[in-house]
Design a binder for this molecule. Structure first.
Ligand code: PSU
Ligand code: MN
Length: 312
């Protein structure tokens, strides 16, 4: 075993599933620690895992606990992370992962870090809420999430609900195009925008069949193309917050962030928190429903991928 593998604790259940080629769906932990308030974050994390199980796949929530990369969290770890104040848990992207492990600290994995850990553990499908992207004003701040670069180099299919309107969505699409990342809207032509089904932007690609999404990932590998796929799954209609309602709230949150000079890693968590405050329960409910919806689609894709590979 290499030193890298020794940093991992994979639960027996997940290891067994991976050995058999059974479907496993990775889940991130930054959404728990930095994306939603307690106790709704814990409730969400448990419901999402249960949803994936009921679809016939196995959930693997990923985090670093006491310097160990955990592939699958037990309930006490999940609860511990959900209750820890943001300031006390590292937000781990590609740059931070090894330092967190080396120093024995605890951290929550972002989309980028979750993709890395999932891939090294042998998990090829990952469901979340929203990804990081190109922030508005990136032409002066240079704030572009490492999630985008990760999608270009780590072979994981990431199911999200599009990107939040806190980002510059057209610039995000441009960067993904430059990086060669397939951006696939699921079941519609438009790129979904997280709380809203429509962004006003046409997605570069559209697919309607989870089996073909799994097939495309396999073909990418066969073609020796590094990197993953981004599947953008629109929030269910009954849960969506239309664009004209969410837009002024996003503007308000951005203005507040500028006034408080929020920068770097703190930007996304600050904006999420502020939007939750400004919309009260509504944005949180929508957020939870879209994650559940992505978990369902992620499970379907993982099941198809498992069939393609001749797994259990
Ligand atoms: N967008 C959301 N919810 C989230 C995040 C992004 O709608 O919880 C989290 C994810 O973990 C994502 C990270 O990978 O924020 C991106 O942070 P940054 O912009 O600092 O790269
Ligand atoms: Mn950033």
């Amino acid at each position: 075993m290499t030193g890298l593998i020794e940093s991992f604790d994979i639960t027996a259940e997940i290891r067994d599933a991976l050995d058999k080629g059974a479907p496993v769906v990775a889940l991130e932990s930054t959404i728990i620690t930095h994306g939603m308030p307690y106790p709704q974050n814990l409730e969400m994390a448990r419901r999402v895992e249960a949803q994936i199980r009921s679809e016939g796949a196995l959930p693997a929530t990923i985090a670093v606990v006491g310097g160990r990369i955990k592939i699958g969290l037990d309930d006490a770890m999940m609860e511990g992370l959900a209750q820890t104040p943001q300031a006390q848990v590292m937000k781990l992207s590609r740059a931070d992962l090894a330092v967190c492990v080396a120093t024995g600290r605890t951290g929550a994995t972002t989309v980028a870090a979750t993709m890395i850990c999932a891939d090294r553990a042998g998990i090829a499908v990952f469901a979340t809420g929203g990804i990081g992207g190109v922030h508005r004003g990136a032409e002066t701040s240079f704030d572009i999430s490492a999630d985008l670069q990760e999608l270009s180099q780590t072979p994981v299919t990431v199911v999200c609900a599009g990107a939040k309107a806190i980002l510059d969505l057209s610039k995000t699409l441009e960067v993904l195009e430059t990086l060669g990342v397939p951006v696939i809207a699921y079941g519609q032509d438009q790129l979904p925008a997280f709380w809203s089904r429509e962004s006003g932007l046409r997605a570069p690609l559209r697919m309607d069949d989870p089996a073909l999404i799994a097939r495309a990932a396999l073909i990418r590998r066969n073609l020796n193309l590094p990197g993953g796929q981004l599947v953008a799954n629109p929030i269910p209609a009954e849960a969506e917050i239309p664009r004209d309602i969410i837009a002024p709230i996003v503007d308000q949150a951005l203005a507040d962030a500028a006034r408080h000079r929020i920068a770097a890693k703190a930007v996304t968590p600050y904006l999420l928190q502020r939007i939750f405050e400004l919309t009260e329960r509504r944005s949180l409910d929508a957020n939870i429903e879209l994650v559940m919806n992505n978990a369902r689609l992620g499970a379907k894709i993982a099941i198809e991928a498992s069939r393609l590979h001749g797994g259990a």
